[in-house]
Write a protein that binds this ligand. Structure first.
Ligand SMILES: O=P(O)(O)OC[C@H]1O[C@H](O[C@H]2O[C@H](CO)[C@@H](O)[C@H](O)[C@H]2O)[C@H](O)[C@@H](O)[C@@H]1O
Length: 370
């Protein structure tokens, strides 16, 4: 798929490269080294099955059940004493707060670039996606982070919608799972000065997305609780408020409608079906595009930190693994199959992590001045 809209990336690259030179040559190995705690493979496998594996084995409805970590099955499993599996999982994906020193040590001589998912990462998961607001304290934490590090929000949401929630003009925004990328509207002192749309690789799909949205609305209207959300270059069909008895019906309906559009594909997030173009573009590609735009294309002295909670964030975690560079942090209270190295339990911990990062940066700068 050709890149359809590219505005100012070279200028952005030059300006940001000037602000963030790339000294030194060391490359942080990924996943980062950590204290060895024996992982019992069997327990880990059991833990992983709570999420992705269930979908593969038991079909769509099983996958839907597994798509909410708060689902009764996962909760009951934990309550019944799957603590052992949880401990094994935590050994493989330790808390980014607990291992904070290790995370920041990895950034020595490197420029941190922060990538933040929105739902479930900056805002708690709620029933109504239209009111998934982030707290003012979280906003302040993100604002502080962006003062020190180039920062991007990478979301499945429509970019305008996620901007309405975050309200910080100094950030990069990658909406529609990275298919709609825009630089900061308000340049911050040391960061990118990009204005306007940087990249929309799926523009040609806009009419098709509108058609599929219409079809999905028509066909799911009779399913109480179903909600279709237009995310510009993709569409979400929420089933969080649909009675479990109707999950088979909604899954079948969505699959049937999507089959009418061979150039669209269907995936699943947290209690949501996601319909999007078949182009090879995802949050991982968006991360790489943003790093390139920031002037870090072939630079080993950058440390991308990506924090996200959903399956679509795995594409970004995988990119970090492949590059052998960066820190992937999964937000989850429950064991999940993931390519992330670290974990945080919930948005409150994400905020704590961001604030610690800001404080650490402030102190390092103060030390340098002494
Ligand atoms: O990439 P993200 O920013 O995490 O977006 C993924 C989806 O997030 C939203 O849905 C999720 O959050 C809702 C509000 O908490 C919740 O009701 C829903 O069950 C979750 O799946 C958003 O509404 C979707 O469009 C995004 O695709």
């Amino acid at each position: 798929m050709a890149k359809t809209t590219v505005v100012v990336p070279e200028q952005v690259a030059m300006e940001v490269a000037a602000a963030y030179p790339c000294p030194g040559t060391t490359l942080f190995p990924y996943p980062p080294p950590r204290a060895g705690i024996a992982v019992r493979r069997k327990c880990l496998q059991a833990a992983q099955q709570l999420e992705l594996g269930a979908g593969l084995r038991g079909g769509w409805v099983e996958s839907m059940r597994a798509s909410s970590p708060t689902h009764a099955k996962a909760a009951a499993a934990l309550a019944a004493g799957v603590n052992e599996e949880h401990a094994a999982w935590m050994a493989r994906h330790p808390s980014a707060l607990g291992e904070f020193e290790q995370v920041v040590a990895a950034s020595k001589g490197k420029q941190i670039v922060m990538f933040l998912d929105y739902d479930g990462t900056l805002s708690p998961i709620v029933d109504d996606p239209d009111i998934a607001f982030m707290s003012e304290t979280m906003r302040m934490a993100v604002r502080s982070v962006a003062k020190h590090f180039p920062t991007a929000i990478v979301s499945g949401r429509c970019r305008d919608k996620v901007f309405e929630f975050v309200k910080l003009a100094e950030l990069y925004y990658a909406g529609s799972h990275g298919m709609d990328i825009k630089g900061p509207a308000k340049p911050s002192s040391r960061h990118a000065k990009a204005k306007g749309v940087l990249f929309q690789p799926a523009s040609e799909f806009l009419p098709m997305i509108e058609q599929v949205q219409q079809r999905l609305e028509e066909e799911t209207r009779c399913i109480p609780g179903a909600k279709v959300e237009n995310n510009k270059f993709c569409v979400s069909v929420h089933f969080r408020c649909v009675d479990e008895k109707s999950w088979g019906a909604i899954a079948e309906t969505v699959r049937r409608v999507v089959r009418e559009f061979p150039r669209l594909r269907l995936s699943q997030g947290r209690m949501v079906f996601e319909v999007r173009p078949t182009i090879k573009w995802d949050k991982g590609k968006a991360l790489e595009f943003l790093l390139d735009s920031l002037g870090f294309a072939d630079c080993s002295d950058v440390l991308p930190v990506y924090i996200g909670d959903d399956r679509t964030d795995e594409d970004a975690f995988k990119v970090l693994r492949r590059r052998g560079q960066g820190v992937g942090i999964l937000v989850s209270k429950h064991p999940k199959e993931t390519s992330a190295s670290f974990s945080l339990q919930e948005p409150a911990e994400v905020m704590e992590f961001l604030l610690r990062l800001v404080e650490w940066k402030r102190l390092s700068r103060a030390r340098l001045r002494l």
